[in-house]
Design a protein around this ligand. Structure first.
Ligand SMILES: Nc1ncnc2c1ncn2[C@@H]1O[C@H](COP(=O)(O)OP(=O)(O)OP(=O)(O)O)[C@@H](O)[C@H]1O
Ligand SMILES: [Mg+2]
Length: 492
């Protein structure tokens, strides 16, 4: 039903798409894979008419277009859930769902809410149509995006990494939605870096590498290893890097911290340790990190660094005490999108290139260059604005920014969100290297394998409180899920 012929898109310094040919069959779930910067999102934007190609055509059945407009794309039944959320925060869930459509203008609030409620109920999403979108968590916002797209009676629904901010429960919910839509005859193009999802839901899978089309396979005829090889161009080991943890001195003690929807949080963090925070979305993992890192204010409780009580009222205070945060929402909280890669990378490490308040631009660029290489950030120039980078490469810049600051205690909130398989390994190695230098890491992740593979110890939260702690010999998916749903893990 959809055929792309020789689609080409050139940005200054990069050929984002190089004569890509691809066809999508009616009613299938077609997965699109590729490393960060391979051109997946660009391809989607061309189909949706959000950007214009430099060559090639887009055909729907026998209708051939050299240029797409958002209007034509919509008329052809294309609906897109973009990689970065596009919601209007001051508006309600219902208003967002119907934004830009006649219902949004013609109907009363009451009718709009009722309509939105119907959609939410139909797909089993627990959300109030009257809630302000700005007050929702990223995962809940993602659900609103999904509603917005599916309520449009799409013929082709394109999802660009819809699960990157979802935990397993919501992913199941989304997969039910996909199954339902597929049964109704909707064609789905699905982008994800989580390969197990691709095997679970897709019929066929296409791979892009460096802007070029590699191949399309029946999902049933391929395996993980082959796909990784097609994407990365080499074999990758699956294993998490091995470490032998020797607990060092206690760097951070958090005692009875409450506020920001969490209550009575106490834990210790040691030099050289990677502590995992697990739990369902909204259980208080991010909220705890925000309190310790000064992004939100605590109502009560205390924090000690190196045994000394400290007062943290802002991120600046936290950084001064050697505590940093890599936030979950990179677009809103992690970087300044219109500023350059250099500016963002060196945002909090001014000691490295600044003397008596004077910036040494050469040194500053050198720092940025060093982290660009260490994290293999794909960008033609360090002067490029972060907003022009692919999603995964933006995430790498946010990680680079915190790493460059040489902080002793770092909270990573979903550090591999949107990061491809190869780059994930690079980030794991960097986190491990930090730990082996004696730094202390807290890692928040909804990726079960990742949290089990990386952590020395795991704290599981449930409804804003610590539900339990697991040591390495108790590590299992089952134990995490048990604690995460508010039940007790039976003693071994
Ligand atoms: N507006 C832009 N200006 C300049 N370069 C751009 C722009 N948009 C994308 N690019 C470049 O085009 C290439 C492809 O980017 P794209 O976002 O399509 O990658 P992707 O496959 O979606 O990656 P990811 O998995 O990281 O989301 C990248 O090198 C990116 O830097
Ligand atoms: Mg992308």
């Amino acid at each position: 039903m959809l055929k792309l012929m020789n689609l080409t898109k050139i940005y200054p310094g990069v050929k984002a798409l190089d004569a890509v040919c691809l066809s999508v069959k009616d009613g299938e779930v077609h997965a699109l894979l590729g490393e960060n910067g391979a051109g997946k999102s660009t391809l989607i934007k061309l189909i949706a008419g959000a950007v214009q190609p430099d060559g090639g055509t887009i055909c729907f059945d026998d209708r051939v277009y050299e240029r797409m407009t958002p209007q034509t794309a919509r008329e052809e039944g294309v609906a897109v859930i973009y990689q970065e959320l596009n919601l209007c925060e001051p508006l309600t869930v219902a208003e967002n769902i119907f934004l830009g459509r006649p219902q949004g203008r013609l109907y009363s609030q009451k009718k709009l809410n009722a309509l939105a409620q119907e959609i939410l109920d139909e797909y089993g999403f627990v959300l109030s149509p009257k809630a302000r979108v700005g007050d929702l968590s990223p995962a809940q916002q993602q659900l609103v995006e999904i509603c917005k797209a599916i309520s449009n009676e799409a013929k082709i629904l394109i999802m660009d990494e819809p699960t990157s901010s979802l935990a397993s429960q919501e992913v199941t919910l989304l997969f039910n939605v996909i199954a339902k839509l597929k049964a109704e005859g909707v064609t789905i193009i699905y982008i994800s870096h989580r390969l197990d999802e691709v095997f679970e839901i897709s019929d066929r899978v296409s791979v892009l590498r460096d802007g070029q089309y590699v191949t399309t396979l029946n999902t049933a005829d391929t395996d993980r290893q082959q796909l990784v090889k097609l994407m990365v161009g080499r074999e990758l080991s699956d294993a998490y890097p091995q470490r032998t943890w020797k607990p060092g001195v206690c760097l951070l003690q958090v005692e009875h911290l409450s506020g920001n929807s969490v209550e009575d949080i106490s834990f210790e963090l040691h030099a050289g340790e990677i502590l995992g925070f697990a739990g369902l979305v909204g259980c208080g993992r991010t909220e705890t990190a925000q309190l310790v890192c000064g992004a939100k204010k605590a109502d009560s409780g205390s924090i000690r660094v190196h045994g000394k009580p400290v007062k943290i009222h802002s991120p600046v205070d936290a950084i001064a005490h050697g505590i940093g945060l890599i936030p979950e929402d990179r677009k809103e909280q992690g970087c300044i999108q219109f500023a350059s890669v250099t500016f963002n990378t060196t945002l909090i490490c001014k000691d490295k290139f600044c003397t008596y308040g004077v910036i040494n631009e050469k040194k500053r660029r050198a720092v940025a260059q060093q982290y660009k290489e260490a994290l293999n950030i794909k960008v033609p120039s360090l002067n490029q604005a972060v907003i022009n980078l692919s999603g995964g490469n933006q995430q790498k810049v946010v990680v680079a920014k915190t790493m460059a600051a040489d902080l002793e205690i770092v909270f990573f909130d979903e550090p591999t969100k949107g990061i491809d398989v190869g780059a994930k390994q690079e980030i794991y190695q960097l986190i491990n290297a930090m730990a082996s230098e004696g730094k202390a890491i807290v890692m928040i992740s909804s990726d079960m394998e990742e949290i089990l593979g990386m952590s020395d110890r795991i704290i599981v939260l449930y409804e804003g409180r610590i539900a339990g702690e697991l040591s390495r010999d108790q590590f299992s998916q089952e134990n995490i899920l048990t604690l995460a749903s508010g039940m007790e893990v039976s003693a071994k």
